[in-house]
Design a binder for this molecule. Structure first.
Ligand code: NAD
Ligand code: 3PG
Length: 640
């Protein structure tokens, strides 16, 4: 399993922790998992499994004595040594996710940690070993086998085989106090209720039982939460499950999976939200995930009381007020390359389809009209393609179009390397005059609003084709509609619109609707399964790198700093206005706080400075708070 390293130690007067096993350290109930193995071929397997699960629930909720429930379940199981061995073999894979994240806590504090379970030593042993817990700190039942390897019962001398087994076992050990019991079941709660432990945490990451939660001193929905509540310096400075992420616009589940696996709390919504709804939804949210339809305005940001980062799970970031985000210290990320290929393929397909008039021919066929004719139907080979905006998409399109035999011209505001035989033109008008197909791939910056209108259409070749798969506001659609109607253009394919519906249930309207020779698609240039999954993975990774270690690589509005994981240090992250004197003040405050600096990075852009300081872990925590007061501070956080 992918366990991580870190530095988490308890101090001398820290409690002794006693952890339950099933549905706490592992996400399974041992007896139910064994039933899957031992009853695989039994004709009445389902009945028996249901009975076993029912007995487990009764015992875990305190409705049936544990010893009684264990005996009855073993009788139903028909268990053999090989079944037990098979489960022990895969038990590491069943470890609870937050336990995997905090393996260091176990390793470093093994002397003050016990695993106590009504389950079986043989199954627990491999995970205990992985967590560095010695065999004499594993308190569990021992199975008894007959000569043929059949399980005949458990060692009855062990108190864990009987009622009140857990309190009895703890008491017999005479452990130092305080003792903290952590588990999901009633028999764990009983340890505290009987006085054998000082505190009881209902562990709810796998299952939450109301009756157990009710009597618990506190609820721990993950190991991080437990360590935070106990004041133990955990894997992270703040429990990740308290960091709320809101992902809008049907972001691919791979992102949710990745972020949840890393311990964060993720909520999702299918559509985009309008400004007022977003203002409501963003309260308490630390990370917002969007696509092209959600506009993050200054007004929205004014209500974002916890926001640390925004991820655009797409290429475009024109829907986000990047400067306002920077002013609030909110980092913005996107996925600049993950759907490039999908857009390029669609653009090429649309060109071919338009050259052959496929859309209109197909519509006629659906009306029962057979119109076999070569008139007006052309190959793309040998035609001139004019690409406006030679960035990631434009340049890749250039290469593939040349491979289809097209001649490529491009126009870009910036210097761009011409790929293959593509030729850069200095004036847009030259490109318009020469191209048989004109395609737009500029970014969505505000200045690009309506850059393509009546004048530009008038300068295109008569009968040329036009594509816009970039952004809706770039083109004057009324002018486009007129250019098609007048026959100036031979056809148009449009994927993006100045006004787009926020959800699939909202209506769509445009002057282009119903026009012959016009192909309309609902902003799906980047909507392929491959692209959406790739975007999800890329953007989620950027977010995790930022949240977990302060790395701003690929951030589009803060200085980019690439950072390694924080090990053997605490990391201070200070975002400030780029104004004179901040760094000097910061270093003065650091020295007053008695901090030993292990490493420091500073990067600035014209608006913002970002300082990352790794320090020795011994320092005055209160004094560090002074860093927040330094004039010009925008955001300050700590990681360890
Ligand atoms: N339809 C979709 O689903 C979809 C999917 C992905 C991207 N997009 C959009 O496609 C566009 C291109 O994406 P990209 O990844 O290639 O962006 P990019 O930033 O890599 O490239 C944009 C290029 O346009 C140039 N440019 C900007 N304004 C210009 C102007 N007025 N005239 C000439 N050149 C100009 C820039 O210098 C840059 O080279 C963006 O608008 C993006 O939002 C749409
Ligand atoms: O910017 C982009 O990547 C595209 O416009 C795709 O946007 P979408 O994720 O909303 O489809």
């Amino acid at each position: 399993m992918g366990y991580r390293a870190g530095m988490i130690s308890l101090n001398a007067d820290a409690p002794v922790f006693v952890f339950d096993f099933d549905s706490t350290l592992v996400r399974i109930e041992t007896l139910e998992a064994l039933a899957e193995l031992s009853l695989a071929a039994a004709p009445d397997a389902e009945e028996r499994k249901a009975k076993i699960a029912e007995l487990t629930e009764q015992a875990m909720n305190g409705h049936l004595g544990f010893g009684e429930a264990l005996q009855q379940r073993l009788a139903l199981l028909g268990l053999r040594r090989e079944h037990v061995e098979a489960l022990a073999d895969r038990i590491l894979d069943e470890a609870t996710i937050s336990v995997r994240r905090n393996v260091d806590f176990f390793e470093r504090n093994a002397e003050r940690i016990y695993i106590m379970s009504g389950g079986f030593t043989e199954v627990i042993a491999p995970l205990a070993a992985r967590l560095g817990i010695a065999p004499d700190h594993v308190l569990a039942n021992d199975l008894v086998y007959d000569a043929d390897g059949r399980v005949t019962g458990v060692d009855e001398a062990n108190p864990l085989a009987r009622e009140n087994g857990k309190p009895t076992t703890i008491n017999s050990l005479n452990l130092e106090r305080p003792i903290v019991m952590v588990g999901d079941g009633w028999n764990d709660a009983e340890v505290k209720l009987s006085g054998a432990a000082d505190r009881f945490y209902a562990f709810t990451e796998i299952v939450s039982r109301p009756k157990v939660v009710e009597v618990a001193d506190a609820v721990a929905s993950s190991m991080d939460e437990l360590l935070f509540a106990e004041g133990v310096s955990g894997r992270w400075s703040y429990p990740r499950n308290r960091i709320k992420m809101l992902l809008l616009e049907n972001i691919h589940p791979a992102a949710v999976e990745r972020l949840e696996e890393a311990g964060y709390s993720v909520d999702t919504m299918k559509g985009a939200l309008d400004e007022d709804d977003l203002i409501e939804a963003i309260k308490g949210v630390h990370v917002l995930g969007i696509r092209s339809k959600t506009t993050v305005t200054k007004r929205v940001l004014e209500h974002a009381d916890r926001l640390m980062a925004v991820a655009a799970f797409c290429i475009g970031t024109n829907q986000i007020d990047l400067d306002a985000c920077a002013d609030k210290g909110v980092a913005v990320f996107n996925a600049p390359f993950s759907n490039t290929r999908s857009v390029v393929e669609l653009a090429l397909g649309l060109m071919v389809v338009m050259m052959r008039d496929v859309a209109d021919k197909s519509r006629q066929m659906h009306q029962g009209i057979w119109n076999k004719s070569a008139t007006g139907s052309r190959e793309v080979r040998g035609k001139t393609l004019g690409i406006i905006g030679y960035g990631a998409i434009g340049s890749q399109l250039s290469v593939l179009a040349e491979n289809l035999g097209m001649r490529v011209l491009f126009y870009d505001l910036n210097e761009r390397l011409a790929l293959g035989n593509a030729r850069r033109v200095r004036k847009l008008d030259d490109l318009l005059a020469e191209s048989d197909v004109v395609t737009l791939h500029v970014d969505g910056r505000k200045d690009n609003a309506n850059i393509f209108g009546r004048d530009q259409f008038a300068k295109m070749k008569h009968g040329a084709l036009f594509l816009n798969l970039a952004r809706g506001h770039i083109v004057d659609v009324d002018a486009l509609a007129d250019a098609v109607k007048s026959g100036r253009l031979g056809g148009a394919a449009v994927d993006v619109f100045p006004e787009e519906p926020r959800t699939n249930s909202d209506p769509f309207d445009s002057p282009l609707i119903g026009l012959d020779k016009v192909i309309l698609t609902p902003h799906v240039g980047g909507s392929t399964e491959e692209a959406q999954e790739a975007i999800a993975e890329f953007a989620a990774e950027r977010l995790l790198n930022y949240l977990n270690r302060g790395d701003t690589t690929f951030c589009v509005n803060l200085p980019n700093v690439q950072l390694a994981d924080v090990t053997r240090a605490h990391r201070l992250l200070h975002i400030h206005k780029n104004q004179p004197g901040v760094l000097a003040e910061l270093n003065r405050a650091l020295s007053e706080a008695g901090l030993n600096i292990l490493g420091q990075h500073l990067k600035t852009d014209e608006r913002t400075g970002y300082v990352i300081i790794d320090v020795d872990r011994d320092y005055d925590r209160e004094a560090v708070k002074a860093l927040k007061q330094i004039p010009g501070t925008v955001k300050f956080r700590m990681l360890h």
